[in-house]
Design a protein around this ligand. Structure first.
Ligand code: PPE
Length: 305
């Protein structure tokens, strides 16, 4: 999906012009994939632009870094402020936000201990990740021939840049085969997640979503959806899902910051009921929540100014 340039990018404490936000080709992370990043969205609310669950996203950035043994040279509060400053500097009322912490220029070789850690935050307008009609029409899924990372190979709990080699291989394979998105199974065959979203299936009237132990990222949207779903009166559990659960799901959707809530209309060419009633109710409530229209979730909308 193409990027639209905005005014400024925050780099190591300063707002720089979009075109000046550059790195050297010998930047350590470019070679070895040891960077951590976030995907966040700001939405227009009646009180102005607000970043959805900004604090949790920045906290997860620090957790991702902690898993890699990377020390981010800022505090959570400083990066929350920096994110708001960046969004405000673009003048956009809604946008996608990409913070990244990476090992910078100056050292080569696999030892990261002497490396400096650089941080950048960019934002730009980004539309529906899985297509404009992903909620109503649903997307076509394919189980990937690529396996999700094992915990002792690439920790899936860390949103590490290098982890996304696995996601990109799966995504491109699915697109080339005529599908919209890939479902990844863990090394033990259990369902993990999609290349960039968490999965929910309905079985026996109950929503199930795979745990971190199955190789899924602990999605902030997944957490939001579980809260919304329970408050709407649906039963939800974090539990293991087998491949066959997907084929006979009563309904299925995927969710993530970029994809929001998107229905699934088929898995490996087995048609699923779509859009499902729980999916539709949750998708509608999610949109109202991120735009600050639901009183009980207003605190999740962190105003930019
Ligand atoms: N799993 C993966 C692998 C993942 O990348 C994401 C986010 C999620 C689950 C959902 O997490 P959360 O956003 O906290 O609900 N994927 C990002 C898009 C990746 C991309 O750059 O493309 C996102 O949604 O921002």
């Amino acid at each position: 999906m193409p990027i639209t340039a905005t005014e400024k990018i925050w780099m190591n404490g300063e707002l720089v012009d979009w075109d000046q936000a550059q790195v050297h080709v010998l930047t350590h992370t470019l070679h070895y994939g040891m960077g951590v990043f976030e995907g966040i969205r700001a939405y227009e609310t009646s009180q102005g632009p607000a970043v959805f669950r900004l604090t949790e996203h920045v906290e997860r950035l620090f957790a991702s870094a902690q898993i890699l043994g990377m020390e981010i040279p800022y505090t959570v509060e400083e990066l929350i402020d920096a994110t708001k400053t960046t969004v405000a500097a673009t003048g956009l009322s809604s946008c996608y936000i990409r913070p990244i912490a990476y090992f910078g220029y100056g050292e080569m070789g696999l030892n990261t201990l002497p490396c400096t850690v650089d941080v950048a935050i960019a934002c730009w307008p980004w539309g529906a990740y899985l297509g404009d009609d992903a909620v109503t029409k649903g997307v076509r899924m394919k189980i990937s021939s690529w396996t999700r990372h094992d915990h002792n190979i690439m920790p899936p709990a860390s949103k590490t840049t290098g982890n996304y080699v696995n996601s990109s291989l799966a995504k491109v394979e699915a697109l080339r085969a005529g599908y919209d998105e890939a479902i990844m199974l863990a090394p033990n065959g259990l369902v993990a997640e999609c290349s960039g979203e968490n999965i929910f299936v309905a079985r026996h009237g109950k929503l199930l979503t795979p745990p971190l132990s199955a190789g899924a990222l602990e999605g902030i949207t997944q957490n939001t959806v579980m809260t919304i779903a329970r408050d709407l009166g649906f039963e939800v559990a974090v539990d293991n899902i087998a491949r066959s659960d997907l084929y006979i799901a009563e309904e299925m959707f995927v969710c993530g910051t970029a994809a929001e809530v998107s229905s699934v209309n088929s898995v490996d060419d087995r048609a699923l009921p779509c859009p499902g009633p729980m999916t539709m109710a949750i998708a509608e409530q999610y949109l109202a929540t991120v735009t600050g229209e639901v009183d009980q979730y207003k605190d999740w909308c962190e105003l930019v100014s």
